[in-house]
Design a protein around this ligand. Structure first.
Ligand SMILES: Cc1cc2nc3c(=O)[nH]c(=O)nc-3n(C[C@H](O)[C@H](O)[C@H](O)COP(=O)(O)OP(=O)(O)OC[C@H]3O[C@@H](n4cnc5c(N)ncnc54)[C@H](O)[C@@H]3O)c2cc1C
Length: 559
């Protein structure tokens, strides 16, 4: 793993910047050799791959670029399957979709046939193939948490340009979460279930549930369970959901929807961006923002559409069609991050663990927050759950899992300024990975955490399938080469010289941190960026404190 910027080879921008594309919130910038290609048929995909192989130019499929790691980049030809969206319903409780379709379209198609998926990620604006590639997940210990775990079969264009069907259990273990490195997925067949309703209720709970075993107990009890921890408020909001049969004219009436990722006007988005920036700059009001988010989960508040909404009214508990309460979606142009002037999109951290570490991780976070208090002002700390998966690279591969996630806003001067609490976030992340065998989400997290060491479990199995399906490495990008240990390079924003600001590195010197910060080693060896002010104030406190103590001792013993 990198420890300092010196060891990161920043994207050299060999290619023409006119073809550059970026992640949805613009923190990851890719410089491909050609413009994005939009094949209109599967045979076009085959042709593009064969040409790429013949010309020795890499190729990689991209989805809606909602991953914020360089998993979305290629040095060669990026291809989007957005024109491949056909849908096929089968009578055997399966359905097949072309891979460029958005999750929202999948769920609408299934609903028209009284069918659905048993579980989905929070956001429906992603592509089916993109969701599968990173193992995007929702939260449940009772049902498969990811789309990957609902795959029955795939149709894939391999690195040699062959169109193959993948149905056997062993090969699917590699393809379920494939990072876009095994082939271009063109069709996906999913297991489907009768459409269901669900009831969901959010409530405030004591912080003790994090360490008493209660949170895990609830996660095992409910069809859907997740929680948001607001450390500076010393509160936890839990969402408990139960699936209900879809019967018209029964007590299960209700048509509520979820607005977690809500639609906003440009003015609201701008106002929020300015507010976040101001609070970070002035280092005030962040606890209030944490409180605002807590309230949003519990009641109707001004400036936001209600979280669970029916007929314009906030509902808690809420009853509605399962997929509409498990997830949300904003239309393009109305999302928080669509504001061209000041995006509210942020950097995301998401690390997953064996549930046996639940209490340990919670205690470590509490201890770190006592050491370096801060708040998680964009959405608290989200904790979600996943049952054991057989996918090699799933976050829950071979183990019952929980994930710890948070979002931080992008600063206006993102290449220079740190978010408030950066050092605390860095200490928690480093301790989570080092002490609890945490596995980072492939589409989130700073790139320091997505180096060679991240491929631990099933590394050899996955790399064997990479060689098998892509012998010439046409799908390899820097992300893939890094995971296999071939190179230490990353596709990062070339202006991001202060590499610890977005966790491209662990700081090794002050310049890796934000302006006015220094790189400090904590007592257990983790290296974090902290405000100089803290050090000065701490130093003053130390000098004042020791002098005061000396004065007391002097008065006690000599006078
Ligand atoms: C608002 C928001 C909410 C989110 N919520 C969740 C959540 O609840 N749970 C969760 O786990 N994640 C979540 N994420 C992360 C996101 O779901 C994942 O990163 C997902 O992979 C993004 O899908 P995409 O279509 O944008 O794909 P991209 O980000 O564009 O690509 C991701 C990967 O898919 C590969 N890929 C795309 N198409 C193909 C193809 N046809 N064949 C092979 N490979 C392909 C790409 O090569 C790349 O490796 C969220 C992100 C956002 C922005």
């Amino acid at each position: 793993m990198w420890t300092s910027c010196d060891q990161i080879a920043i994207n050299t921008r060999n290619n023409d910047p006119k073809y550059a594309y970026h992640s949805y919130q613009s923190s990851v910038i890719c410089y491909p050799k050609t413009a994005i290609q939009y094949p209109s048929s599967i045979s076009n995909v085959v042709r593009l791959v064969k040409n790429a192989r013949k010309d020795g130019v890499p190729i990689k499929a991209i989805g809606s670029r909602h991953s914020i790691t360089d998993i979305i980049c290629t040095d060669g030809t990026p291809i989007s399957l957005k024109l491949l969206t056909k849908k096929y319903y089968h009578e055997d409780n399966t359905a097949t979709f072309e891979a460029g379709i958005k999750l929202d379209q999948v769920l609408l198609f299934l609903q028209e046939r009284n069918r659905t998926l048993i579980n989905i990620p929070i956001y429906r604006g992603i592509t089916l193939a993109g969701a599968i590639a990173t193992g995007a997940h929702g939260s449940s210990l009772k049902h498969p948490a990811s789309i990957s775990d609902q795959i029955i079969g795939l149709q894939v264009v391999t690195g040699t340009g062959e169109l193959v069907n993948i149905n056997d259990t062993k090969t699917l273990k590699a393809f379920r979460v494939n990072l876009g490195l095994l082939g271009i997925v063109v069709k996906v067949t999913l297991k489907i279930v009768p459409i269901f309703k669900m009831s969901i209720q959010n409530s405030v709970e004591e912080i003790d549930i994090l360490t008493s075993g209660k949170a895990l107990e609830w996660a095992r009890e409910y069809d859907h369970f997740q929680l948001w921890w607001f450390p500076s408020l010393q509160e936890v909001v839990v969402a408990k959901g139960n699936y209900l049969p879809f019967l018209k004219n029964t007590t299960f009436e209700g048509n509520a929807t979820n607005n977690l990722i809500t639609e906003v006007t440009q003015y609201t988005a701008r106002f929020a961006a300015v507010l976040y920036e101001f609070c970070n700059w002035a280092q005030i009001g962040l606890t209030i923002l944490e409180g605002y988010m807590r309230d949003f989960l519990l009641k109707s508040i001004p400036t936001a559409r209600p979280l669970y909404e029916e007929g314009g009214t906030f509902k808690n508990p809420a009853v509605g069609i399962g997929w509409r309460l498990l997830s949300s979606q904003c239309r393009p142009g109305t999302c928080w991050w669509d504001n061209p002037w000041a995006t509210v999109g942020g950097t995301e951290s998401a690390i997953a663990f064996d549930t046996k570490h639940f209490k340990g991780v919670m205690t470590m976070i509490q201890d770190t927050l006592r050491e370096m208090p801060t708040c998680f002002y964009m959405s608290g700390i989200l904790i979600r759950f996943m049952p054991k998966s057989e996918a090699y690279l799933s976050l829950s591969s071979g183990r019952e899992t929980f994930s710890v996630e948070w979002v931080n806003p992008l600063r206006t001067r993102r290449h220079l300024d740190a978010v408030v609490g950066l050092g605390t976030f860095q200490a928690i992340l480093q301790r989570m990975v080092r002490d609890f065998d945490g596995i980072p989400h492939w589409g989130k997290n700073g790139l320091h955490f997505l180096g060679e060491n991240v491929l631990k479990k099933n590394r050899d199995n996955f790399i064997a399938e990479m060689k098998n399906f892509d012998p010439d490495g046409v799908f390899l990008n820097k992300f893939g080469r890094r995971l296999t240990g071939e190179i230490g390079e990353a596709d990062v924003d070339p202006e991001m010289e202060r590499c610890a600001l977005h966790d491209y590195c662990i700081c090794g010197k002050d310049y890796d941190c934000g302006v006015g910060q220094r790189c400090e080693k904590l007592s257990d060896g983790v290296l974090v960026c902290r405000d100089q002010d803290n050090v000065i104030l701490g130093g003053l406190g130390f000098v004042f404190g020791t002098n005061f103590l000396a004065f007391i001792l002097y008065r006690l013993f000599y006078r």
